[in-house]
Design a protein around this ligand. Structure first.
Ligand SMILES: Cc1ncc(COP(=O)(O)O)c(C=O)c1O
Length: 442
């Protein structure tokens, strides 16, 4: 890391990076650069400690009349409270599950129980397939009509098209908060408003957005929102927010001895308790980022990307929630610098095509997740050559299949994806750009 950038106005990167043991790895003598955040972020030591500490001290099933089981129940309640602060909802609106895909399949089946032939749902061309295929399967089972919202050439959602696909028969709109391929941030609050105006539920996939921007389900007023903790510095788990009224009204597919009380009636079988312990630690990690910034600058930020932190539904704002808000303001500031630097450098690489928004004036509409292709080089070839030099990037469609098909890159290897998060540095960006120039021979 370049010495000049260890402490930026937003983040103390040296202190941050020292908390992530994997960031010190090397590959073939090169320092490893984790530019694969959209596929999964690295975890700080405290998450590793929480997971192993749980297994060492508290390992038990829930609901037993003995010490470790009681500690497990208390730990899960604590993690639920942490995620409630993260999402800005009540703790009984937080459902844990193995991952976003599994939670969405389960919820789509439960929602589908109320739907019938003639009803309609809307999905988008921009979404990861985990927010598409579960709805297509449900629609097929129930005879429901699926309508597709299209995108503009700059890989932003065509809101007018989305609105035109809704009518009084629309029962659900499934949309992403941000694209895991091209980084576009959707105007989710407006999408929710349109869905509600049509009398439909809004189901939001925030998996890609979560490491980059503050989530405020109270302000968004969405009915459901899903995310995956392994994308924001935690363990491999998924989390679903559902408005209490929906979690109470809908009927889950579940075993009979399981409780009928929310949110547990939406959690089936035994979950990964050790990972739930890790979730609480990752939320605390984020909150500490915000506290550190507030301490350094006496600055508690409230900025969010596309989502002002004002609750439409009354939800308690805790000290931890305020710290999380400050953390995301700092993350946003740092990521914005990284995005400007990488975009400027990428634009100079001969033969490159950058998908999505490239105009700095519109950077508030995107995350620092870049999908590119370079003439005469397949995405796999680029990712492999970068990988040998210690740069972890991704190639292919990353399950954003509808987008790669729409842009006609699916058959030729998709895109090379470079995904930056707050622990990445300007130095990593500069080294990546130099490596890319060397690979393409310029
Ligand atoms: C935008 C988006 N949605 C959904 C998913 C699926 O998440 P999970 O792996 O938790 O099922 C991913 C995974 O990459 C994603 O990027």
């Amino acid at each position: 890391m370049a010495p000049t950038e260890t402490v930026t106005s937003a983040l103390d990167l040296a202190t941050i990076r020292a908390q992530f043991p994997s960031l010190a790895e090397t590959v073939n003598g090169h320092p490893a650069a984790s530019l694969d955040g959209p596929g999964g972020t690295q975890v700080p030591q405290r998450v590793i400690d929480a997971i192993s500490g749980y297994l060492r001290r508290d390992n038990a099933n829930t609901g037993g009349a003995y010490a470790t089981s009681r500690r497990t129940d208390a730990m899960i309640a604590g993690a639920r409270g942490a995620m409630a602060d993260f999402l800005h909802c009540a703790a009984d609106e937080v459902v844990f599950g193995p991952n976003m895909t599994t939670l969405t399949y389960a919820m789509s089946r439960a929602i589908g129980r109320d739907l019938k032939a003639g009803d309609e749902i809307v999905v988008t061309r921009l979404d990861h397939d985990a927010n598409v295929s579960p709805w297509l399967a449900m629609a097929e089972d129930r005879g429901v009509t699926v309508r597709w919202a299209e995108i503009h050439d700059d890989c932003t959602l065509d809101l007018a098209d989305l609105a035109s696909k809704m009518n009084s028969r629309t029962k659900l709109v499934a949309a992403g908060y941000a694209s895991n391929a091209v980084g576009t941030i959707n105007p989710v609050k407006e999408i929710v408003r349109l869905a509600h105006a049509a009398g439909a539920l809004a189901y939001i996939d925030a998996v890609h957005y979560a490491p980059h921007g503050l989530i405020d389900v109270a302000a968004l007023d969405c009915d459901f929102l899903v995310c995956s903790t392994y994308k924001f510095f935690g363990p491999h788990m998924g989390v679903l927010f559902g408005k209490r009224e929906h979690l109470q009204r809908l009927r889950p597919y579940k075993v009979r001895p399981n409780t009928n009380a929310i949110p547990n009636c939406w959690e089936w079988g035994t979950l990964s308790h050790e990972c739930i312990a890790g979730i609480a630690a990752c939320v605390e990690y984020l909150a500490d980022l915000g506290r550190a910034r507030a301490n350094r600058e006496d600055h508690v930020g409230t900025a969010a990307l596309g989502c002002p932190s004002s609750a439409a539904r009354p939800v308690t704002t805790t000290e931890r929630r305020s710290a999380i808000e400050a953390a995301y303001a700092a993350i946003h500031e740092h990521e914005r610098g990284l995005l400007e630097r990488i975009m400027t450098g990428l634009k100079k690489i001969p033969g490159i095509k950058i998908y999505g928004i490239t105009d700095p004036a519109r950077f508030h509409e995107r995350c620092p997740t870049l999908a590119v292709r370079i003439e005469k080089h397949t995405p796999l070839e680029l990712a492999t050559k970068l990988g040998e030099r210690g740069f972890f990037t991704w190639d292919g469609n990353y399950y954003a299949l509808n987008l790669t098909e729409h842009l006609d890159v699916e058959k030729s290897g998709g895109f090379l994806r470079i995904g930056l998060v707050h622990y990445n540095t300007m130095d990593e960006v500069d080294r990546l750009l130099a490596a890319l120039r060397e690979i393409v021979g310029k």
